[in-house]
Design a protein around this ligand. Sequence first.
Ligand SMILES: Nc1nc2c(ncn2[C@@H]2O[C@H](COP(=O)(O)OP(=O)(O)O)[C@@H](O)[C@H]2O)c(=O)[nH]1
Ligand SMILES: [Mg+2]
Length: 507
Amino acid sequence: MSDLQTDVSTSEDLNENSVGANTEGAGTEASVETESAAEEAVPFASAGSGSEVSGETETDVSAETGSKTPVESAPVTDDAAPAVTEPVTEMNIADQRARVDSVVDSLKQINYDDDELKEKFGKYLKEIERYQSLLKLLDIGDENLAQKAEVFLEICENPEFEIAFVGTIKTGKSTLINALLGHNYTPVDVTPETAALTKFRKSPKDYVKVVFYDRQEWDELTRSKSQQADTYDELYRRLNAEAVVDTWVGHEPIMTEVENLEIENEVAKWTSSKMPEHFFVKEVDIGLSTLPESFPEQVLLVDTPGLFDAVTYRSEITKKYIRKADAVFFCVDVQRTIREEHEEIRAVFENASDNMSKVHIVATHWDKLNKPIIENWERQKKFLVELFSGRNFFGSMELAQKNIMHSSAYMYNLLKDADDNMDELEIFCRMTGLTERGASDEEIKSVLDEIKGYTNVDKIREVIENELLAKYKHLLFYRIETVYQDLISTYRKGIKEKREAYEHSNQ
Ligand SMILES: Nc1nc2c(ncn2[C@@H]2O[C@H](COP(=O)(O)OP(=O)(O)O)[C@@H](O)[C@H]2O)c(=O)[nH]1
Ligand SMILES: [Mg+2]
């Protein structure tokens, strides 16, 4: 991995006494476990109000375009279809067709509690069925079509709006999510071996649900281990994980209702690299009763495992996930970005080509810059804006300027228990010139609000509230629409090719 960033101070330049120099591993110590912290936290207090959301929905549904698909243009020719042009065997065709049929069948089973969604999907379903019958008449089928139908099905089954936090391991994704949620629900500073997707959602009751790999996924994962997976292998041996592989691989998901303040312990039970179980956990789903009423239940905040895992299958899960996320907060270390990250960021933008503004780049560990407040963030931001304003990224300086943000979730969390963290806060204040050397606790306390503003966490929460939560239905429908249109155009293409082949053979 090569450091592309040369513009700002490296960690060696940092003052020995700087906060950054001694925070590595300090996250867990700083974790907030007291009741008062949970009470104090007001996560997403002003999340998009219900009325706003339904307002969005109305306009959005009227933007319906699915029904305009000109089915008439498709040739409902006679049944006797000649041999298929693609190199697909008859078995294959039957197979694909059965898959798409089962997609359509499953679509019919879905119970939507939202009338508008129901109506919209009802229309889509009819359209897809029409195409399906055409395909049957014309004897058409291919892998591509089946895949697209499955993508569509997946979204229909789970019309959820997912906000993914992604990045290299230890860039502070978990710390940031905890800060945004106002409490430490997941352990930070986990080793790279802990590699489960963690999803947070609003729920009437607090719960932790653990999902395990199935046998096929597990076999693929094991096969995908790269040469660098020594640490993984060693830990696997040390924890004697092989002894429990048959217990957990393919195990039914385990759902446990817990007290809100017990969530972190429950999650650690399954994801801590001290336990053999963590190897087999694919996903952790956390329900939070503490999110405000206005936080839509269909919106998920998702903490993803590090992107560059020696177990390729695990990074692949993350990458796939990012590509389908509705919004992405890509966390990079404020001091350096690496080439692999750039490539992944580019891939994120490729997938967001319909709406680049759904992507945010968060430069974490802002407090570790030598002079974060005074000058280095401005310089670093300029560097990042130039790097990511090009065609493959934000596409404009304005959007890059707006969507590249810094954060210091670690400092933000320290502030919640300021009394217990005066020493570290004093170092930060001195380093940044907020207070003089030897400042009293009172003086330090007088600048805590200022520091909170600098950590930028409230700003990031505001962005989530105003740009995502308030508009999620609109954005979600848009995605469904896009996938649907893609599926329909694949149907049409298949039919067109068939017609051409048919006409050709009749000439
Ligand atoms: N100084 C500082 N440390 C941070 C910051 N964010 C996270 N950390 C620390 O970086 C380490 C990794 O953080 P974590 O959230 O587990 O990273 P993840 O692997 O991306 O989820 C922990 O020790 C955190 O306390 C930050 O903004 N500033
Ligand atoms: Mg993490």
